[in-house]
Design a protein around this ligand. Sequence first.
Ligand code: GLV
Ligand code: MN
Ligand code: MN
Length: 413
Amino acid sequence: MSAAPPRIDADRLLKRLDAFAAVGATPRGGVDRQALTVGDREVRAMLAGLGVARGFTVEQDAAANLFLRRSGTDGALPPLLLGSHLDTQPTGGRFDGALGVLAGFEVLEALEDAGVATRRAVELAVWTNEEGSRFLPGCLGSQAFAAGALSPEWAGRHGPDGARLGDELAATLDALPGAALRPLGRPISAYLELHIEQGPVLEREGLAIGAVTGIQGTRWLEVTITGAAAHAGTTPPAYRRDPMVAAAAALHRLAGVMARDGLARLTVGRIRAEPGSINAVPERVVLTLDLRHPDAEALDAIERMVREELGQAATEARCEASATVVFDMAPVAFDAAMVALVEASAAVAGHASRRLVSGAFHDALFLARLAPAAMIFVPCRDGISHNEAEFVEPRFAVAGAETLLEATLRAAV
Ligand code: GLV
Ligand code: MN
Ligand code: MN
């Protein structure tokens, strides 16, 4: 160890956050940098360039996950992995994902600046397509890393913009020719991810750090309700088979039931009427359902209830409904020792913390299948995220990076 302990350079971190937020910046102060787009490729190249300049090893894998490694003194030991994502929602914020990646890079630089030798290598991962809003599945990169393979049917999937996932993956890999291709998956000693809370708890309690104990379950369904197209002006209600009426009735009833369970969440973020004419009863309505609950059995029960309500509402409107699960993530509890490590690291860094469960999913969910994992949360203003108004006070971004640095120093020995 060198004499001076490593320290987070707040100014460098905050300037980086600004520079990366400029790629895909929206007029309303947010970021649109969806997975595997030109903007996503641009920020990967920026980070890879920063890594090369610091002498880190830069690699990517077939899922276009990007890795920057600072070597340890014992090359036989599996590395400690830090990570998060650089892709955003279509109208995303500046911090969801980017904070974890850039704080991770700041940790590598802080170690480098102080000349600290860690026994394990410390590697920073940028996971591909965490958001899942352009291509299914969300957390594509971390899932593929944990499984050691890409699922063969993913490549043929198309995003709402018509792009084919396989083509966009290939183009993203080609855009970084200097990063050597490595096999998917690799033994790691542990995984740490810093992220914004995306909820109101830490801010309300005036705390800088959350030690995340686990992540609630998520299940996405694609629902199709089929009726019959008909003239909007001439067809009386009794003659209609209107799938929009069925969708509205089912969602109204489901929203009522879900509101009575304080922990359950149901969201319809995408809905499409086909053929989509202003003056025709649609033949078909296709919508997405995002279901969440911290308890796996409760999530199963919610899916059963959703299917029943959809079936009943469809029958009432003389339609048919079908639903397919397109993404399923069971709840996860993080390793107790890693959660304690986060708490201890926050204390050493001088930041008050509390434990909490994540309502959002994260790549850490899949890494937890491979190795002990944990997450560090920092507050965001009014708990707002997946929104261009998302904001993290600079002092909290820095507090998160400081906690990540302390945790890294303890986990990389
Ligand atoms: C992550 O983006 C989530 O939707 O929880
Ligand atoms: Mn995120
Ligand atoms: Mn997100």
